[in-house]
Design a protein around this ligand. Sequence first.
Ligand code: ADP
Ligand code: ADP
Length: 229
Amino acid sequence: GTVFRAEALGKVYQTGETRVEALRGVDLAIPAGEMIVLLGPSGSGKSTLLNIIGGLDRPSSGRLFYHDTELTALGDRALTRYRRDNVGFVFQFYNLIPSLTAQENVRLVTDIAADPMPPEEALALVGLAERRDHYPAQLSGGEQQRVAVARAIAKRPGVLLCDEPTGALDSITGVRVLEALARAHDELGATVIVITHNVGIAAMARSVIHFRDGAIARLETNDNPVQAQ
Ligand code: ADP
Ligand code: ADP
């Protein structure tokens, strides 16, 4: 089935006199369980779309559905609940809490999730079982990002959204993060949407959505494609 369907999504940012049209009528259908990559120049609207899909932001116009639920019709509380129950996020900067160990950082999420995996299991999935009692400062950048991936997947989200997850890492370190994401995708059966310039990640995806000036410029698909409408 289709996990996300967008109809004419638009987003306008108005800051004083400055008006930016970040999304200009995006139509999109994303099949459940796929790994999708968003590619495109900086400022083309990728983060804006990802944040709207994740319920962190709202569009200015258009409609967005998660399965049969119209996210754009939900109130703030219901949208927060959607996000908490269904969405895991991984950002470019890991946002770990420095005073907590790897395992404690993951436990922050599992403590409030409905059906979490044990923190140890999430850390094992990203290859960090041995590092669970380390603090962020004792971990490399790549390891910290893998902790962030463990934190994102520990609540078994149906959707995993990643904004430049390897953007702060060198390419070799990035590969380990990439493997962790692929593993999460396989184990969870989650729909994974990744903004990246990393060609390794783009090559792993079934579908690549090319963004330009707030719109989809091109879809590159294999057998189970993302459909433009
Ligand atoms: P990227 O190019 O990696 O997507 P940006 O630097 O464009 O990241 O944006 C990072 C975040 O900063 C965005 O998610 C957005 O919330 C915020 N942001 C970006 N551009 C502006 C802006 N012109 N004014 C205010 N906030 C912005
Ligand atoms: P990308 O992720 O492709 O780099 P973004 O979605 O971050 O693009 O940004 C799209 C456009 O919207 C850019 O022109 C950016 O400056 C602007 N923008 C993003 N977030 C904000 C914000 N919070 N306030 C004002 N402008 C923003």
